[in-house]
Design a protein around this ligand. Sequence first.
Ligand SMILES: C[S@@+](CC[C@H](N)C(=O)[O-])C[C@H]1O[C@@H](n2cnc3c(N)ncnc32)[C@H](O)[C@@H]1O
Length: 273
Amino acid sequence: MKKLWTRLLGHHSWIRRFGTFREREQAGVLNRPNYAYGMLRAADTAKYFGHSEVTVCEFGVATGYGLTAMTELAELITAETGVKFRIYGFDTGAGLPPPNGHADHPELWNPGDFSMGDVDGLRKRLSGKAELIIGDINDTIDGFTNKLTEKAPLGFVSIDVDIYSGTVSSLRALHNVKPQVYLPAVSFYFDDVNSYFNNFACGELKAIHEHNAARPLRPIDQDRSLPGRRLDAAQAWYANMYVCHLLDHPTRNVPRKREAVSLEDHMKLAANL
Ligand SMILES: C[S@@+](CC[C@H](N)C(=O)[O-])C[C@H]1O[C@@H](n2cnc3c(N)ncnc32)[C@H](O)[C@@H]1O
């Protein structure tokens, strides 16, 4: 039946209907495949390093489509991996702050774009599955960063604030002095890095470049594992995926305490990395 089905309706149709969670994620057929990928990376990495909880967040929530998707994906990924999620969403609630010069892409954005509207309504819809942190990220981020814990290290971040200034503030999530409050590699999705107007002197790309110059032990690099062996070698969102490498994390400096393994055992141990 599979052969006939896939010949008539395509491989994706089969996977959408009958695939396992990981097959659906790999085929990119889940809602917000970019978030599914980043959150699964976070859960798998957390598990590999012995954590049962992980923190994820979205900077720039607007009306909440992304954050709601995160809560739904969290349930699926916890069922798959056993790793639980703490989910946070950051937004002014009132849309984009006024752009401050060319770096904030005033040719694309206006103040007040993407207002959340009914903040309490969104809180109600999230029903405690994600925490909304309302205010300019510049004012709210340090409280969040300082409260990150080793128990639930930061593992996935979506940056969808569109403009340079908000991205600089969001990247302060990486400023906790204790590397153990992060997974050794944190998956990032940057929404605005590959449109015709994007460039390294403006917007999210400028913020990434400045972060990398200031913090050589926590570089943000493109996710070099995509597309890997995924069914679609050319999904547009692959180019938006980055990884912050915590090179000051103990696990990236001293080998883990374990018996030497064979190549075969290593493949099993790191199957989902
Ligand atoms: C494109 S929207 C987010 C869309 C949302 N991620 C989704 O997938 O549905 C961008 C959001 O970033 C928020 N934003 C931009 N700069 C901000 C800042 N400095 N502080 C808080 N929120 C900010 C705006 O309020 C706006 O709602």
